[in-house]
Design a protein around this ligand. Structure first.
Ligand code: ATP
Length: 305
């Protein structure tokens, strides 16, 4: 793998008037990986991505994309990156396929337009003017335009927002193939399952900064919940004694028990061992690891932005 990162953002600040949209954000993205940038509405994701694409100039901090300054070196960078914007940026009267062909001609070694249009279900609406395409078709066209030039790096801003399940799946397959071909993919999403499915690395952005970064698995951690049902009002003191100090044991409803702890096989054995001692059959015993959504809500809070 290439040692230099694909994207290196250091202490980026971006303001709109007196509103600070990005507030000292740092982020490193390795080549050949898929990174999902998550964050509440207005967290600064799109602003950061647009700065990486060279559409916005940093107020402070530095941005390097494939080692280049995306504003000063835009001419060198543009042929090497693919960009899918959240909305628009296209001439609304143009036909879908015409636009894709036009974009393909800007690159030295584009993908064949026909097969790409077909796999994204755009062949049937090829002669439809852009403004008459459905939202999902516009979205798929934008994705096709981002990848048609065989870029080394693609930025996808909410690539599957508003897509039907078929198109969402086709998009996921395309991202997986890009990764297999060594392309670096940076995407924003509000769909936690999408991040879990696609991303090697997740960066959580809140109030203009990265507040957590790691693989989905690492972010979910080893903390888990173990639940089981049994007779109500069991004496839990002996169970607490055989569990690590940090484990929290509660009867959440009469006869429903929950153990929250760093989970490993020894802990599971301790709980079932105690059940055996106490003559309790742990009914519907289940282990639940924290989901990425749990982690996200813990990190960013539950208030609407
Ligand atoms: P979302 O998940 O809703 O797409 P985001 O994380 O992509 O949000 P940004 O679009 O980067 O967030 O917006 C960050 C902040 O900057 C928001 O408060 C937004 O209102 C503000 N903002 C974004 N673009 C502009 C602009 N052109 N002029 C003024 N304020 C802007």
């Amino acid at each position: 793998m290439h040692a230099d990162p694909a994207v290196e953002v250091t202490a980026l600040v971006k303001r709109y008037g007196d509103k600070t949209a990005v507030d000292g954000l740092s982020l490193t993205i390795a080549r050949g990986t898929v990174t999902a940038v998550l964050g509440p509405n207005g967290a600064g994701k799109t602003t950061t991505i647009e700065t990486c694409e060279g559409y916005r100039r940093p107020d402070a901090g530095t941005v390097r994309v494939l080692g280049l300054d995306p504003v000063a070196r835009a001419a060198q960078l543009r042929p090497r990156i693919g960009v899918m914007l959240q909305s628009g940026g296209v001439y609304a009267g143009a036909h879908a396929l015409e636009m894709l062909r036009h974009t393909a001609r800007l690159y030295a070694h584009p993908l064949p337009v026909g097969p790409l249009a077909e796999r994204l279900g755009l062949d049937s609406c090829g002669r439809t003017p852009y403004r008459r395409l459905s939202g999902g078709q516009q979205q798929r066209l934008a994705l096709a335009m981002a990848v048609v030039g065989r870029p080394e790096l693609v930025f996808l801003d909410e690539p599957t927002a508003g897509l039907d399940p078929q198109a969402r799946r086709a998009t996921w397959e395309l991202v997986t193939e890009l990764r297999a071909a060594g392309v670096t993919v940076v995407l924003t999403t509000h769909q936690m399952d999408e991040a879990e499915q696609l991303a090697d690395e997740v960066a959580v952005v809140d109030r203009g900064r990265v507040i957590a970064q790691g693989s989905p698995d690492a972010l979910r951690g080893t903390e888990a919940r173990l639940r089981f049902d049994g007779p109500p009002a069991l004496d839990l003191a002996p169970l607490r004694k055989v569990l690590p100090d940090r484990a929290v044991v509660t009867e959440t409803a009469p006869g429903s028990y929950r153990v929250e702890a760093e989970l490993d096989a020894a802990l599971l054995a301790a709980v079932t061992g105690w059940c055996a001692e106490a003559g309790v059959m742990p009914d519907r015993l289940a282990v639940q690891r924290r989901s990425l959504e749990d982690v996200f809500l813990d990190l960013t809070g539950r208030d609407l932005r």
